[in-house]
Write a protein that binds this ligand. Structure first.
Ligand code: KG4
Ligand code: ZN
Length: 331
């Protein structure tokens, strides 16, 4: 039985998962406190993790109906993420493992997102192409096995897709995080009303969303307050179309490059209906895990831990977290 902890950003998560990938509990405590700042404040996230982590771990064990004595492997996200936030979960997990002389798996967060697809009951078997699009990352990976080193085909050069949604939402006066609100507003608008850049001329499989956000900013300025108010739904729909087209275009290229016949999608943006509809048109088998497995969670970290070499006590005690540099995904 695996106990996993994830605290890379603003969700405090703990989960219990069996060695063969059955989720026994998956507890996610989202920190609402960041909304009024319009983004995640690392120091506040860190302090919130300190408060929430123990009750979240207790609840994960309770819900699973297991005691700490039944845990045979402890896992935690090592990076990439906010260092101050990662440290809370990583240190707690190491201490839990050390106290019982248990083995420990230090999991890469992006491997975790991919490993969400390995969980029961859907249990997708490699090979497949994976698109991860969240508030913190946007990438395409060629998943050929379960291990921590899938080939990274492309990633964002600037903003993440979720960040693009959030920044667009902010420009249109919606709250934070604004992806879901922007999608709701877009349903009432005309997606062809405005032309926004999709980076179609940019070859390859990398993404870029910074220009798109700037284009919306300029369009809003040009229109002025009154006109913007009248066109908000059209702006949202057109902006969303540009993000969806940008993602879909690169997925199509990657499918062609890898001859993959299956596509797994993860990250918070996978909840977007327009994106799902566009990906369904690609003619490949589509695997989108349940919403709570797409967004940050610890069940996916436990799943990745099954395929991450575990360290014996006391070898893990000196391990540190990483913000971005040391990621294990092969570039
Ligand atoms: O995976 P996630 O929960 O957290 C990380 O960033 O790791 O993703 C959150 C992101 C936010 O940027 C949010 O605006 C976006 O996912 N999001 C959406 C939708 N729901 C959440 N974006 C577009 N449409 C949605 N329905
Ligand atoms: Zn994530």
């Amino acid at each position: 039985m695996i106990l996993a902890i994830e605290t890379s950003c603003d969700d405090t998560c703990a989960a219990v998962v069996t060695r063969d990938g059955e989720i026994r509990s998956n507890i996610i405590s989202s920190q609402g406190v960041h909304a009024r700042f319009g983004g995640v404040v690392p120091e506040i996230a860190s302090r919130q993790h300190l408060t929430l982590l123990q009750p979240v771990i207790d609840q994960a064990l309770d819900t699973a109906g297991v005691s700490l004595e039944q845990i045979t492997l402890v896992a935690a996200t090592r990076g990439p993420g906010l260092v101050a936030a990662l440290l809370v979960g990583f240190s707690a997990a190491k201490a839990l493992a050390a106290a019982r002389r248990l083995p420990f798996a230090a999991v890469d967060h992006l491997h975790g997102h991919l490993a969400a697809s390995f969980l029961k009951p859907t249990e997708l078997e490699p090979p497949f192409l994976a698109l991860i699009a969240s508030g913190g990352h946007t990438l395409l990976a060629d998943v050929r096995d379960h291990g921590p080193q899938p080939a990274l085909l492309g990633q964002t050069l600037d903003d993440a897709a979720g960040e693009a949604f959030d920044k667009g939402a902010r420009l249109l006066g919606l709250g934070y995080p604004g992806g879901a609100a922007l999608e709701r507003l877009a349903r009432e608008g005309d997606a062809e009303a405005f032309e926004f850049p999709t980076g179609a001329r940019m070859g390859g499989l990398d993404f870029s969303f910074a220009g798109l956000k700037t284009a919306l900013l300029y369009r809003v300025r040009e229109l002025g307050e009154q006109q913007t108010e009248l066109c908000r739904a059209d702006l949202a729909a057109s902006y969303q179309r540009a993000i969806v087209e940008s993602l879909t275009l690169r997925v199509r290229r990657a499918l062609r490059a890898t001859s993959a016949t299956r596509l797994a999608v993860g990250g918070g943006v996978a909840a977007n209906g327009a994106l799902r509809a566009a990906l369904e048109q690609l003619g490949v088998e589509l695997d989108i895990p349940a919403r709570e497995l797409c967004t940050d969670n610890a069940a996916m970290i436990a799943s990745a831990a099954r395929y991450t070499p575990a360290l014996a006590f006391p070898d893990y005690l000196t391990l540190d977290v990483y913000a971005s540099g040391e990621r294990t995904l092969a570039a």
